[in-house]
Write a protein that binds this ligand. Structure first.
Ligand SMILES: Nc1ncnc2c1ncn2[C@@H]1O[C@H](COP(=O)(O)OP(=O)(O)OP(=O)(O)O)[C@@H](O)[C@H]1O
Ligand SMILES: [Mg+2]
Length: 250
């Protein structure tokens, strides 16, 4: 069952100082699928997500035990620049750089020294991937800060795609968006999973049910249950999962 994990953890524990934030988490994110993490506020969803691009390393007093694998390689054996190129992350609030649309997209290409002659083609490909090309092809030199929230979030996804990641981490990517924009971003995720592996944290259970193939339910740092989304939402094995998805707590 664990054969095709793009991301995997074994007995993963994380402590913020004395606080035990992740408890013996065994988790797998399958390749070319969408995996959702759900659970009440503070249960450790973002903490687990951040383990996969080593963002927790930036926090003082964090201790991690157990194993994390990316494509079956121990995460610590992977160069951090390479890791963050391969695993892109999208945040709750769209965070384009305060530059033009074009310069947002060229940023990663410049950092990674991609030859200039490839830039135009990559920009076009990535804007098309997030369905912004028609809207923005003639506005590439205007500030990204003037876009709608949805377009900013799409641009942030396009910005990741320029450096050809395999895996995309999304931490509540729709929480700043209205319901229509949310549905459109969900359609985009389903489109992107043909080429990418996606891990999404969401508070929106309908969203998890609509977009994901696999779902993990977390509670107080434990991964209580992990399995096919259809099963988690119709016949969960653990009554705490049942309680959460039926709205009895959280
Ligand atoms: N930098 C930190 N230092 C100390 N404790 C932290 C830190 N970040 C998170 N925590 C604690 O770890 C627990 C898990 O936090 P985390 O942000 O992963 O939860 P979450 O499931 O993403 O919650 P939410 O749904 O509100 O985003 C919480 O109790 C939180 O207070
Ligand atoms: Mg969070």
């Amino acid at each position: 069952m664990m054969l095709d994990c793009a991301l995997k953890t074994e007995k993963l524990n994380l402590y913020y100082g004395a606080f035990h934030g992740l408890k013996d988490v065994d988790f797998c994110v399958y390749r070319n699928a969408i995996t959702a993490l759900i659970g009440p506020s503070g249960c450790g969803k973002s903490t687990l997500l951040r383990c996969f691009n080593r963002m927790n390393d930036l926090i003082d007093d964090v201790k991690v035990t157990g194993s994390i694998f990316v494509n079956d390689r121990p995460i610590d054996s992977i160069d951090i620049i390479e890791l963050r190129k391969n695993i892109g992350m999208v945040f709750q609030r769209p965070n384009p750089f305060p530059f033009s649309v074009q310069d947002n997209l060229l940023y990663g290409l410049r950092v990674h020294g991609i030859p200039k002659r490839q830039h135009a083609e990559i920009v076009e490909r990535c804007l098309k991937s997030v369905d912004l090309w028609d809207d923005l092809k003639d506005k590439r030199h205007t500030s990204a800060m003037n876009l709608s929230e949805e377009m900013k979030q799409r641009l942030c996804i396009a910005r990741l795609l320029t450096v050809e990641p395999q895996i995309i981490l999304l931490d509540e990517p729709c929480s700043a968006l209205d319901p229509i924009a949310t549905l459109r971003i969900e359609e985009l995720m389903i489109e992107l999973k043909k080429d990418y592996t996606i891990l999404i944290v969401t508070h929106n259970m309908q969203q998890a049910a609509r977009v994901s193939d696999h779902t993990g339910f977390m509670l107080l740092g434990d991964l209580i249950e992990f399995g096919d989304t259809s099963k988690i939402f119709t016949a969960p094995s653990d009554n705490r999962t049942d309680g959460y998805i039926t709205g009895r707590f959280g």
